[in-house]
Design a protein around this ligand. Structure first.
Ligand code: FMN
Length: 310
């Protein structure tokens, strides 16, 4: 498996990193780590896999959400400190919590005009109304409404959206109805066809989008039928909001990127992403972002910026 020389003890670290993986997947991960480390070594003209090269490889191979697994081996003291400081956030005074917003495509503020009378549809898949995702969606929508657009927000948890039954009726030719399931999605499909801009908000649950959002997106699959009689009216613009508790601001970027790709496959082009991280505070961090005016302002400005893309 190993073709190059490795610095002392690094093999043991691979064992440690993969310790909790069941045997059925353990060797896959080990092979990936070895292959990638040696690839980086070759790229850097090194005949030996050094500690530095190894950790570079680990961070490339493991998704961001695995960071605690990495720190457990690389820097257990830092892991302990990070966990402790995250837990302590529950007792911090409102407004002092280290909650962060990361905007993925902040543009220089150009003086271009904001289009009026656009229809903006937002969906929130967190069942915590007044939670962090919801508050950020509200700021984005407020910016859109203040600038002459009409807005609507759907709380997905309030809607009767059944899981896709997998009947594949939507794959037949000459499909007039979008989906055979009769539930609140019938009205939502109309809103999706009708909107000019789409804003999606979801929290991270167990290192992926929460189940309500996954269920909702399964129901978009019928749009992928090339024979659908009712065509999707061109490419629409979208924005994605995602929030999570872990302080690492890139931990679940891979999940957000998946969602951006999924939306693109359904002809919604995401032009910006807002990621809210470290959402811990009193009352399990419910709505902790509202204690941070600078975060709300960033969201409001991002809303105006989004309108300018329409
Ligand atoms: C069931 C469940 C699982 C969660 N899993 C994660 C996780 O894997 N990583 C993380 O950083 N936060 C996790 N969280 C925390 C949420 O992502 C975080 O509180 C988020 O800001 C909630 O958004 P909301 O306030 O809009 O509901 C989880 C929360 C719940 C309820």
């Amino acid at each position: 498996m190993q073709k190059l020389k490795w610095e002392n003890n690094l093999t043991k670290k691979i064992d440690g990193l993969c310790e909790i993986f069941p045997d059925v997947i353990k060797n896959r991960w080990k092979n990936r780590l070895v292959y990638n480390s040696e690839k980086i070594a070759a790229y850097e003209n090194s005949t030996i896999v050094t500690e530095d090269i190894f950790w570079k490889s680990v961070y490339e191979v493991f998704p961001g959400g695995y960071e605690p697994l990495i720190l457990k081996i690389k820097d257990p003291a830092r892991l302990k400190a990070d966990m402790e400081s995250s837990r302590n956030q529950e007792n911090m005074e409102p407004g002092t919590e280290p909650v962060k917003i990361t905007q993925w495509s902040k543009q220089p503020d150009v003086d271009s005009s904001v289009p009026k009378n656009k229809k903006i549809l937002a969906v929130n898949s967190s069942a915590r109304k007044g939670g962090n995702t919801d508050i950020i969606l509200d700021e984005l929508l407020r910016a859109c409404e203040d600038n002459g657009s009409t807005i609507e927000k759907l709380q997905l948890c309030d809607l009767n959206i059944k899981p896709c039954s997998g009947c594949r009726a939507c794959r037949k030719g000459d499909v007039k109805t979008i989906c055979t399931i009769r539930d609140d999605m019938s009205a939502v499909y109309e809103k999706l066809y009708d909107m000019d801009g789409f804003i999606m908000g979801f929290p991270i649950y167990t290192a992926r989008e929460n189940g309500i959002m996954a269920n909702f997106m399964d129901r978009w699959d019928c749009f992928a039928n090339p024979q659908l009689t009712r065509k999707w009216p061109g490419m629409k613009k979208g924005m994605v909001v995602c929030s999570w508790m872990w302080p690492n601001t890139t931990a679940y970027d891979n999940i957000v990127e998946n969602m951006v790709i999924l939306l693109r496959l359904h002809k919604v082009l995401t032009t910006d992403v807002l990621v809210i991280t470290g959402t811990r505070g009193k009352k399990h961090g419910r709505g902790v972002v509202k204690n941070h005016p600078e975060i709300l302002n960033t969201a409001y400005q991002a809303g105006i910026q989004f309108l300018k893309t329409l």
